[in-house]
Design a binder for this molecule. Structure first.
Ligand SMILES: [Zn+2]
Ligand SMILES: [Zn+2]
Length: 268
């Protein structure tokens, strides 16, 4: 992971005069730099992407989507993948907007590790687009962004899941659950899940979260930027359910996808 991060270009902040000049010029597609004008400007992801770049994004194919863990199913129309038929989860369901690769992966890494917070409105809008024309959010009363431990929050300066939650709420047209960012706390600093094997991950997350008593009898949607194996989200769901939450689901911007039956740790 670290090696990969070093290969990324770290853009310098834009000078004020350039930002001012940009406001005068017509908006450009963030990906291909084509001018977003006329009809294209009316596209739902405007003023960020042109329609052809929007179509090329790695959208989650809902026909091959395990409703439990969010991984790709072997056949279309299956509710659960083979692994989830055997495994018991605290998380009732999960859904992702995109696969964690290509440009979306790049944008998330830029947001999280290179302080490119201006990407949050784009990512929030894209996630909202993936929920368009669905009533999926309506079964949830409350949305809780996955919290960071205080030490990591100090280091990064912001919680990307909270940023994403606010940007998502601004872009969803109809019902949106109430955001309660203080209902879940990360009480133990854990090692990043991506550095650990599957067995280490489960131990790493034991008692990592603490839930507010108000979660009782609530239908809660957890929001995170990336889901890898789902162990972090599942540990959060476990904590919420122990505190009396009713239903707990997860919505993520991106899901890391692997071939069914493949060892999870082989991804890293
Ligand atoms: Zn484009
Ligand atoms: Zn599954």
């Amino acid at each position: 992971m670290d090696e990969f991060l070093q290969t990324l270009h770290h853009p310098s902040p834009q000078p004020k005069w350039l930002r001012w000049l940009r406001q005068l010029l017509p908006p450009l597609c963030w990906q291909c730099r084509q001018v977003l004008g006329g009809k294209t400007y009316q596209q739902p992801a405007s003023p960020f992407l042109c329609s052809s770049c929007l179509l090329k994004l790695p959208w989650t194919d809902q026909h091959y989507h395990c409703r439990q863990c969010g991984n790709r199913t072997a056949e279309p129309g299956r509710i659960r993948c083979h692994e989830c038929l055997e495994e018991l989860w605290d998380l009732d369901e999960s859904r992702s907007g995109f696969g964690y690769h290509e440009i979306i992966q790049h944008w998330i890494l830029q947001l999280k590790f290179f302080e490119q917070e201006h990407l949050a409105p784009l990512l929030g809008r894209l996630l909202a687009l993936s929920l368009q024309k669905s009533q999926w959010l309506e079964k949830y009363d409350t949305l809780i962004p996955i919290p960071l431990h205080a030490s990591r929050l100090r280091k990064r300066g912001f919680n990307q899941s909270l940023l994403l939650a606010h940007q998502l709420s601004r872009n969803v047209e109809h019902y949106f659950p109430e955001i309660q960012s203080h209902w879940l706390k990360r009480i133990r600093a854990t090692r990043p899940q991506t550095e650990l094997t599957l067995a280490e991950r489960l131990v790493n997350l034991e008692d990592a979260f603490s839930a507010h008593p108000d979660v009782q009898n609530n239908n809660i949607l957890l929001l995170d930027d990336v889901m890898t194996t789902g162990s972090t989200l599942n540990a959060a769901a476990h904590c919420l359910k122990e505190a009396g939450a009713d239903r707990v689901g997860a919505l993520v911007l991106c899901r890391r996808i692997w071939e069914p039956g493949r060892e999870h740790s082989a991804e890293y």
